[in-house]
Each structure stands twice: as structure tokens, then as C-alpha cells.
Design a binder for this molecule. Structure first.
Ligand code: FES
Length: 103
């Protein structure tokens, strides 16, 4: 069973924004949507661009900065090609001022 691992401070991911973090050697994109946190794979399934670093978040959809692919950050599901595959999605919880991700 995977454990929750500290990913970031809550203050590092402001509402409407994303952040790329390294958790247990995995690159994860954290998103803050109206104070609720979500985590999915950071590396775009199309050509590997960083979604947390170069993507643009609008509501619950991130648009990849490279070729415009879109994913739902709450589920990791593909919304618009050219990517062909979903991102992995990770369970998130908060404790105090910390965001934890189940890896
Ligand atoms: S790398 Fe993300 S759409 Fe191409």
C-alpha cells in the first residue's frame, strides 16, 4: 500500500496555480483549485513537457505549453489531443500547512 509523502507547503501552491514537485523520485504536478489540491503526473504524455511548470491552468483543465494538449487535473484524464493517454492521478491530503501525496 502506497504511503502519503510530503510534497509541498500549502503556501507554495496558490489558488489557480500549479507547481512541479519531486516526490519519491517521481515528477508530480500539484494544482490548487479554489483551495482544493490535486496531483497528477507532471510530464505530458505527448512529448514530456512539464505541465506544472509550463502549463496554463483554467478551472480544472491544464493546457500544455508545448502543443496545447489538455488534461483534467482532478482526474488526470485527457481532455484534448495531441496527447493520446491520460496522466496518472494521485490521492492528496493536507496536514497543517503541508500537502501530502499518496505515491
Ligand atoms: S508535450 Fe504536451 S501537448 Fe505536446
Amino acid at each position: 500500500m502506497a504511503d502519503f509523502v510530503v510534497a509541498a507547503k500549502i503556501s507554495e501552491v496558490t489558488p489557480g496555480h500549479m507547481k512541479t514537485v519531486l516526490v519519491n523520485g517521481k515528477q508530480i504536478a500539484l494544482a490548487n483549485i479554489d483551495g482544493e489540491f490535486f496531483a497528477m503526473g507532471d510530464s505530458c504524455t505527448h512529448a514530456g513537457c512539464s505541465l506544472g511548470g509550463e502549463g496554463v491552468l483554467d478551472g480544472n483543465v491544464v493546457t500544455c505549453g508545448c502543443h496545447g494538449g489538455q488534461f483534467d487535473v482532478t482526474t488526470g484524464k485527457l481532455v484534448r489531443p495531441p496527447p493520446a493517454e491520460d496522466e496518472p492521478s494521485y490521492e492528496v491530503k493536507t496536514e497543517g500547512d503541508t500537502i501530502l501525496v499518496r505515491i
